[in-house]
Design a protein around this ligand. Sequence first.
Ligand code: AQP
Length: 328
Amino acid sequence: MKKMLSGIKPTGRVTLGNYIGAIKPFVSYQDEYDMYIFIANLHSMTVYIEPKELRKNTKDLIALYIAAGLDPNKVTLFLQSDILEHAQLGWYLGCMVGMGDLARMTQYKDKLAKNESIGAGIFNYPSLMSADILMYDPDFVPVGEDQKQHVELARDVAEKFNRRYSDTFTIPQPLTAKVGGRIMDLQDPTKKMSKSDEAGKGCIYILDDIAVSKKKIMSAVTDSDGIIAFDRTNKPGISNLLEIYSILTDRTIQDIVNQYLGVGYGVFKKDLAEILGQELTTIQERYQEIIKGSYLDDVLLQGATVARNIARKKLAKVERKIGITIKK
Ligand code: AQP
């Protein structure tokens, strides 16, 4: 069975973008792959989050993974900080990554351009991400468009390490869906829908009040020509809604466009709001059951036991190869 690995940072409330670009695809892959899904909480330290809020984000994220359909008995679900080996391997790999390569990463450049004060973690985090990935030798890493560049970096580091010390890491492939890999903000469809977007008006949160989410669909920015057609460049708003519709219903965009020939945006948006409302209701009901009691602690313990075993062996192998220990 081929291996797959991915994670999400608990930096905020989970968005429809995270759900469509990451969580939903994970669920569809779980029967086909040996899957490792983690909460990337070390990465969430790259921005300041109130401790209480971080704890809630983390708990909600793991609950949402399960509520959306991930089965902890099929998938190894774990908390990154439970596996100390990630940070250690991250240091070794970080020493092999060029400053120039890190400075080229779009997410870093975007944050820099915003002129906010940023910590060194934002610059360095792709090396830790390389460790997160390479530790488990996955064949595939499903990610949204924005994270593809980081998986490319992990591939480069793995190749460099294998060349320098001998074959150690599997070279992973990023896996990005043709549709849904970059869900855009509903108020500004030229910008990615993001957890950390403070205004939140163009962003749908999976655990938000359903009436509010429906309203956000109804007031999504479109255009004035009134034709439902897919054209990301000239009609970004309606194209974004078509992608969301397509993923939620598992139908092709062409099929949906054909259904709405000659129909106005209002009817289309109303139908999409209903479809979204039903999907969110199902997830939220499951979430309410899962979040109670100690179930999530048990899931994380089970996942950490499996992940730690793999990580310990991998790190020991790396340390033997690089000569940092006296054991051969
Ligand atoms: N808008 C999006 N459309 C499709 N996929 C998306 N992802 C994120 N936003 C969209 C995918 O979700 C996974 C988890 O992402 P992450 O939390 O590790 O980092 P991110 O890409 O930085 O996500 P956010 O929501 O934008 O978080 P913040 O605001 O904290 O930076 C990844 O597979 C990502 O591609």
